[in-house]
Design a protein around this ligand. Structure first.
Ligand code: GLP
Length: 258
């Protein structure tokens, strides 16, 4: 795992956005894995800014999203599909026919998950997977206890995740407690993975992922087995790592605005 320890939240976000931009610049027909969550907000804003300054051609891109809530229609404002359309696909000029998101509103969820795995395989696998991390070490919606061999599937969210994501829902609004997610094995098959983690709330999960044992109790620790993962951290997310000096500036990322 390459660890890129940044001096600020802004630098970390810019660095992770630069890695996405560079991937698409180098290979416009990339198969990209998108993530959602609050951490990705600023990254996607940065990507849209980069696009305005140094436009790229995004219409050849094929993409797969990590996860989706169960029980929200595709046009529900709190669905990840709605978020991706409005925050990423439309602003970047992405061909939506080439985007794939799990459907949490269909009657046969298992079938939707199997079809998703087939679609990833038919696209030739994921070149570049973007990831955030949950406070409990989840990746996608692979909660603690998820098998390292897991594939795209239905999952129940832990109380900790439900509480962490409550901020995205208005009081009294329906908040899903179940989701569909790419499995850990599905994620590990991506050729390259970039994780962005920001803020002190992520520091325990980051330390467990990097310095703890490979364990299903910390799903993100599975990334220790992945040959090409870059972890981009701000100082707060890195604060519990005991080997910070080894990571500082060890793997510089080109700042596209410099
Ligand atoms: C969410 C998503 C994850 C995301 C994580 C962190 O529930 N399913 O893919 O990485 O939790 O979210 P945030 O960036 O809001 O802290």
């Amino acid at each position: 795992m390459k660890i890129h320890l940044c001096d600020s939240r802004e630098e970390a976000t810019r660095s992770a956005a630069a890695l996405v931009y560079q991937q698409v610049a180098a290979k416009p027909c990339s198969v990209l894995g998108w993530a959602t969550g609050g951490t990705m907000d600023a990254l996607y804003s940065e990507l849209v800014l980069l696009q305005q300054q140094r436009p790229l051609y995004w219409r050849e891109l094929v993409s797969f999203n990590l996860d989706e809530y169960v029980g929200l229609s595709t046009d529900h404002p709190k669905s990840y599909r709605f978020y991706m359309r409005h925050r990423v696909f439309i602003p970047l000029g992405i061909n939506e026919d080439c985007t794939h998101l799990l459907r949490g509103d269909v009657s046969d969820l298992d079938d939707a998950c199997m079809a998703y795995e087939r679609a990833i395989a038919e696209a030739g696998g994921i070149d570049f997977q973007l990831l955030g991390i949950g406070e409990n070490g989840h990746i996608g919606f692979n909660e603690p206890g998820s098998s390292m061999d897991s594939r795209t599937r239905f999952t129940r969210l832990t109380l900790q995740t439900i509480e962490a994501n409550q901020r995205f829902f208005a009081p009294g609004e329906f908040q899903p407690h179940t989701a569909l997610t790419m499995g850990i094995k599905t994620i590990l098959e991506a050729r390259q993975i970039v994780m962005l983690a920001l803020g002190a709330k992520k520091s325990a999960a980051v330390a467990a992922m990097v310095e703890g044992p490979l364990s299903e109790l910390c799903p993100a620790s599975a990334l220790q087995m992945h040959p090409a993962t870059t972890l981009v951290l701000d100082p707060d997310a890195a604060q519990s790592l005991t080997q910070q000096n080894n990571h500082r500036r060890a793997h510089p990322i080109k700042d596209l605005k410099a």
